[in-house]
Design a protein around this ligand. Structure first.
Ligand code: ADP
Ligand code: MG
Length: 307
């Protein structure tokens, strides 16, 4: 049983799970968007990762889920499990966490501290105007599918680290310091019909949009935005899976109706990001599991799943 079958069978109690954040009403015009993510040593980061990078990524991946909903960060709590008390480690960890929290104006309001294998759980919450949130379920036939910046850089860094190679500074930056696309998410409110952050690879995360929107899509490999290093890696190895299934991109994948596409130009300049059209939502599909066609892909990629 995979991670998503497990969630569906035991924890989908019909109370609204399925998006990057859960939405809770505050009053008649505001909602809270809340999300939780755990990072475990040896699973999400190598054992020799410096505390600054662990802290950054722990908060950044949660901010990325807020970004996927278009939410404005508000507060977070921190559950920290440590094998021992190492003050040098704690100082570096807390300083890095504080700097990122300040950058995104999000307050630390509580947490829990326990002893065990190093693991960091953050629950982050943001605000939204009622009924404005970007959801996975809103994609419409005819929408264009976009992704921000480039795909596969972090996965290539991880692959190289596992093969005892030294990734370039640029690849390591994407792996250790993914930039949560908070401003892009906020901009997409009222413009995109659906949105998700790419944490488990484009193929799997776009499939979440398709399943929840009950639609099919086609994407074009040639259109995928790739850095020079990832392009070279694919040219040498035909390993498209780094860009499609490697995970850890923390870019946004979203769908936009024709009428709003022209609005995307200005935000790219304003935020210094690149938005690339990679495919289209082609048709409704109310029953089938197989909703994503990837043009010219001869071998399917195995998506990352915890089980
Ligand atoms: P993300 O990658 O954004 O963290 P996923 O696609 O992995 O989200 O998760 C799918 C949905 O399942 C999300 O809405 C998430 O909140 C929910 N979910 C994951 N694990 C559990 C759980 N143990 N109990 C209830 N809901 C869960
Ligand atoms: Mg997510």
């Amino acid at each position: 049983m995979n991670e998503f079958d497990l969630i569906e069978k035991y924890f989908d109690w019909g109370q609204g799970i399925g998006d990057d954040c859960a939405l809770v009403a505050v009053n008649s015009h505001q909602q809270l968007a809340t999300t939780v993510d755990t990072l475990i040593e040896g699973v999400h980061f190598p054992a020799d990762t410096i505390p600054q990078d662990i802290a950054y990524k722990s908060l950044a991946v949660n901010l990325s889920d807020l970004a996927a909903m278009g939410a404005t960060p508000l507060y977070f709590s921190l559950a920290l499990t440590l094998p021992s008390v190492n003050e040098q480690w704690l100082k570096a960890f807390s300083q890095s966490l504080k700097a990122l929290a300040k950058q995104y104006s999000i307050r630390l309001i509580g947490g829990d501290t326990t002893k065990g294998v190093l693991s960091i759980t953050i629950n982050a919450t943001g605000t939204l105007e009622k009924n404005q949130a970007l959801l996975r379920s809103g994609a419409q036939v005819g929408d264009s599918i976009f992704v921000s910046n480039t795909l596969g850089d972090a996965a290539l860094a991880w692959q190289q680290l596992q093969n005892q190679q030294s990734p370039s500074t640029a690849l390591l930056k994407k792996f250790n310091h993914p930039e949560p696309q908070i401003k892009l998410g906020q901009f997409l409110l009222g413009i995109a019909n659906s949105c998700i952050d790419i944490s488990d690879g484009l193929q799997q995360d776009l499939s979440h949009i398709l399943t929840r929107s009950k639609v099919e899509a086609i994407i074009d490999l040639d259109a995928l935005p790739l850095s020079a290093e990832v392009s070279k890696h694919i040219a040498n190895t035909s390993d498209w899976c780094v860009a499609l299934a490697g995970g850890d991109d923390y870019e946004l994948c979203f769908t936009v109706p024709e009428a709003h596409i022209s609005k995307l130009k200005a935000v790219q300049q304003e935020l210094g990001i690149i938005l690339t059209k990679i495919g289209v939502i082609t048709s409704k599909n109310l029953i089938s599991q197989c909703r994503l066609t990837i043009k010219d892909l001869d071998k399917a990629c195995k998506p990352y799943q915890h089980f």
